[in-house]
Design a protein around this ligand. Structure first.
Ligand code: EPU
Length: 427
């Protein structure tokens, strides 16, 4: 996907503005996508509020419709999903390959209809991104997994077409793997224990939504989930949590420009790792009644960090933080411990003058360096955020190509930044 040259709109960013004011944090991409898949588990209406208007949501909506579900935007940010008429259990390849979350239709379809198939999912090219955790989980729940051409086919082998509860150890606490298997287990017969489950806030929120639909999941937020299967789930109205990665990105935008920004609705209680690093770098971060205030007056100091599963520092904030650290005094060392190819942003920041080298899954940044405008690309959602942040402080004009990647995960990013005083336009 990211080997192609420029297509679609570009962002033209004139660096140097100091960001001030307040920005509203949108609903979380990775919670919204999983919650939309959960709608497949019931024939009743699932109403989701605070859904972000981003490309990944549109793509998944299209996928659900292709299965026979209805997805209506009943108000701004509110989706009504209904999967009563789902008849298609083999989602089309072109929609599955658009993003990673789409593979999470497998668990719900398999649990409710006893069969599902899908090609491997797409998404950012940020590592190998296998799906063994998902498939082994389905197999443990009594599904037979086969490969027909490019597609994985999962079929419940029990005569009643239902999955069976099981004790499952996950080789890696995969976020979407935990969500997929948890959704499947919610409708299985009997008890499931998932050991080494992911604890990311988006996984927790999905578990709460499932419980509000009648599921019986406990251990939420721990690495051991206990799920008592039920025969059916019912409809629900649920609110999508605010996006901790979007909030983090705007916090870094305030910090990198030496500005002061209020982040309304920032989910502060799940942002500890980032806030600790920002403070260590010399940024003032203060939780408020409405969210979070981020302000920087003095110089930035170098800090080192590792990107880890939650509650460690989110891998999705690795590249944005790296952009910030190009402006910090000293040497910062970053270790990426989640994905094996999350360093795509390094070459783009170097084009802008950053002194940054990567070896394997580590990056070493010397700062501060004066960045300058350049022609760069958004190579994935977060690599795109990194070049956009760098462009805010670069001298001159930066042109960012391939911003469809940014649009996958950031709602109206150019509008929001302009409202804070940034100078940028979409052409
Ligand atoms: N992994 C396996 N086997 C599997 C699944 C994953 O080994 O079956 C490995 C991966 O190779 C990777 C690690 O586990 O090294 C983490 O992958 P995980 O499955 O946890 O990530 P994901 O579910 O594919 C979600 C988010 C990502 C976010 C990661 C980590 C969605 C749709 N995506 O991906 O979000 O980076 O969790 O927190 O929920 C983004 O928003 O930019 C983004 C990439």
């Amino acid at each position: 996907m990211n080997t192609q040259r420029s297509r679609g709109p570009r962002l033209v960013v004139h660096g140097g503005a100091v960001l001030r004011g307040s920005v509203h944090v949108s609903g979380a991409k990775n919670h919204a996508l999983a919650a939309m898949c959960a709608a497949l588990l019931t024939d009743e209406d699932v109403i989701l509020t605070n859904v972000p208007a981003i490309r990944d949501v549109d793509t998944l909506a299209e996928l659900l419709v292709s299965l026979g579900a209805t997805v209506e935007r009943v108000a701004p940010g509110t989706l009504r999903l209904n999967a009563a008429s789902v008849s298609q259990l083999d989602p089309p390849t072109e929609l599955i390959s658009e993003n990673r979350a789409s593979f999470q239709v497998m668990g719900p379809l398999l649990a409710r209809f006893g069969r599902a198939s899908s090609p491997p999912p797409g998404g950012d090219v940020i590592g190998q991104r296998p799906i063994d955790v998902h498939l082994e989980g389905f197999a443990a729940l009594g599904a037979e997994i086969s490969r027909v051409g490019e597609r994985f086919v999962a079929r419940a082998t029990a005569p009643d077409g239902r999955l069976r509860g099981a004790r499952i150890f996950m080789d890696y606490p995969s976020v979407s793997g935990t969500q997929n298997v948890m959704m499947a287990a919610a409708l299985a017969r009997g008890h499931t224990t998932i050991v080494n489950a992911a604890t990311e806030p988006e996984v927790q929120e999905l578990a709460h939504l499932l419980n509000a639909m009648g599921a019986r999941i406990s251990g939420i937020g721990t690495q051991v989930l206990e799920i008592e299967g039920v025969d059916a789930l019912h409809g629900v109205t649920g609110r999508i949590m605010p996006d901790r990665i979007e909030a983090g990105t705007y916090a870094i935008a305030a910090a990198i420009t030496g500005g002061a920004v209020d982040l309304c609705d920032a989910p502060v209680t799940v942002m500890d790792a980032l806030l600790a690093k920002l403070r260590a770098a010399g940024v003032e971060v203060e939780p408020t009644e409405r969210g979070l205030t981020v302000r920087r007056n003095g110089d930035l100091r170098a800090v080192s960090f590792q990107a880890l599963p939650y509650p460690g520092l989110a891998t999705d904030l690795h590249a944005p933080l790296a952009a910030l650290l190009t402006q910090a005094r000293g040497i910062s060392v970053i270790h990426e411990r989640v994905f094996d190819n999350r360093m795509l942003y390094v070459g783009e920041l170097r084009k802008m003058g950053a002194e940054i080298v990567s070896t394997g899954s580590s990056a070493i940044i010397s700062g501060p360096t004066k960045l300058h405008g350049a022609l760069v690309r958004a190579l994935d959602v977060r690599a795109g955020a990194a070049v956009l942040l760098a462009a805010l402080v670069a001298e001159g004009t930066t042109i960012i190509d391939d911003i469809h990647h940014l649009d996958r995960g950031y709602e109206r990013v150019d509008e929001k930044l302009r409202a804070l005083g940034a100078s940028l336009e979409r052409i």
